[in-house]
Design a protein around this ligand. Sequence first.
Ligand code: AMP
Ligand code: TRP
Length: 330
Amino acid sequence: MRILSGIQPTGEPHLGNYLGAIKRWTELQHEQECLIFLADLHAITVYNDPATLARTIREAAATLIACGIDPGKTVLFNQARVPAHAEMAWLLNCTARMGWLNRMTQFKEKSGKNRENASVGLYAYPVLQAADILLYQATHVPVGEDQKQHLELTRDIATKFNTDYGVEVFTVPEPLIGKAGARIMSLRDGSAKMSKSDPSDMSRINLTDDSDTIAQKFKKAKTDPEPLPETMEGLEGRAEAKNLVTIFAVLADRAPEDVLGEFAGQGFGAFKPCLADLAVETLRPIRDRFETLRADPAEIDRILVKGAEKARLLSAPTLEAAYKAVGLPR
Ligand code: AMP
Ligand code: TRP
């Protein structure tokens, strides 16, 4: 197995990122070869202030390390330091079909009503993502639910390239989507996912929120007046309640049914403070490590440069094989 995943280094990483993706990356690195990168080429598909971007790339790296990504075990790097990503994306742009990209729901959401004015990069974003994955012969890609469609596209591109050119250049990767936590919802609206781009900061728990803020956000989180049921089926139609139980379960490494076993019959007045305590205890050490790491940007840069050197070596044979397959001399 070779595990690969990425995260955009814009906005602040939140509890959805942690429970849906980052937490599992930290677990997988002990068992498998892992590559984790900051998708900074993806970040510029919408305008981002250049000076801020340089800072958020370092902060995202610091957050991942604070969450437990060990740069001694995981190859940790940023995309822009490995030119093979952009090169491979071009080759794959010529394999991907317009019809496939036209179906991508994330592009539709992100471009909104003003599609004519969206960047070409935003449209081609999933092809760059395919390049990220296929360059390294990744077998498994741990992501949240929202990335499922991009993984299917990656599989289609890999298969079409191999078939068109009669080669076995690419491994067709599998998504790894967790049973619980793959789609953590907004604290204000159980029908919207927790997201960096939600205008309301109350909708999400940022990994760097202090303890009081975390407690406040859970206290104000939208719920209903009903007590908690015995089973998860009992939570159907109660999206906000289901979300809070899921957050508790994934944070505590327990089955959601087990959590309901403990809290059945109780209301949110009792449940929310327990959830807030659990989140505070989990996030406090992450925030402390983050603050320490952030104070040493040169060290973060050293880690990313070293990771990029490894990534370049690992990606080179596949890039060469892809150029050769399409008949381009180098
Ligand atoms: P992004 O912040 O969009 O770069 O996402 C980084 C990773 O976090 C991806 O694997 C996403 O699928 C995952 N992720 C983002 N938001 C959520 C959420 N609300 N619930 C679960 N996973 C999420
Ligand atoms: N598109 C992903 C997201 O927004 C980030 C990403 C870029 C990624 N390249 C990837 C995830 C490759 C997995 C594999 O979350």
